[in-house]
Design a protein around this ligand. Sequence first.
Ligand SMILES: C[S@@+](CC[C@H](N)C(=O)[O-])C[C@H]1O[C@@H](n2cnc3c(N)ncnc32)[C@H](O)[C@@H]1O
Length: 216
Amino acid sequence: MATTLTSSPAAEVLAQLYANAERSHQEFRARMDSLPPTERPEGGSREFFAAAKDLYMAVRPDTSKLLYILTRTRRARTIVEFGTSFGVSTLCLAAGLRDNGGGRVIGTEYEPTKAEAARATLQSAGLGDLVEIRDGDARETLARDLPEEIDILFLDGAKEMYVEILELVEPNLSPGALIIVDNSDRSPELLEVLRNSDDYLPTAVADNVTVALRTA
Ligand SMILES: C[S@@+](CC[C@H](N)C(=O)[O-])C[C@H]1O[C@@H](n2cnc3c(N)ncnc32)[C@H](O)[C@@H]1O
């Protein structure tokens, strides 16, 4: 049976996003290489994300399928995403919600041009009705109006904020919720929190992705 992720229009939109992501990566690299090292913004800083406002930084294709699969297997209805960028991961999560019968992904994005582009993309993928993207710093936009029960938290924004974002969302996580962490190798603080708590059962599922079950 075909899935929303692998059918028109989402499949074509996703392919186009990956083509754009590759191009944006090449352009960003060339721009950074042309700067003296002292003028390159530090990775993960607010300045870095501002300089990278055209850069997709999208999840890898295997991770995008993993997001869809986990959304389906968890039978998720409510998802919070830290770091939306141009919406590659958001599209995969929303496709999973569509095939689960509906729900809501709350995305978060610093850069207003990225948030706007992601909204348009999700519309053209036929998934706009399932997505709310909150503009601004997620530490503020996720501090209010969260759904009572959140089934999946996907972390893919500034790595040093992962623990803070988990703490914000934690009271609303449903029993059996999943925490999906991209680039988890770059957030040792979060891995320590997840590994040292009886409330989470984390495991590495790929080089740079960790999934944790909320056991409480
Ligand atoms: C790695 S990219 C996200 C990629 C996206 N999940 C995808 O797969 O297409 C990280 C994004 O998080 C945004 N970001 C970083 N820290 C943030 C914060 N505190 N609040 C909101 N957005 C943030 C950046 O602007 C950037 O676009």
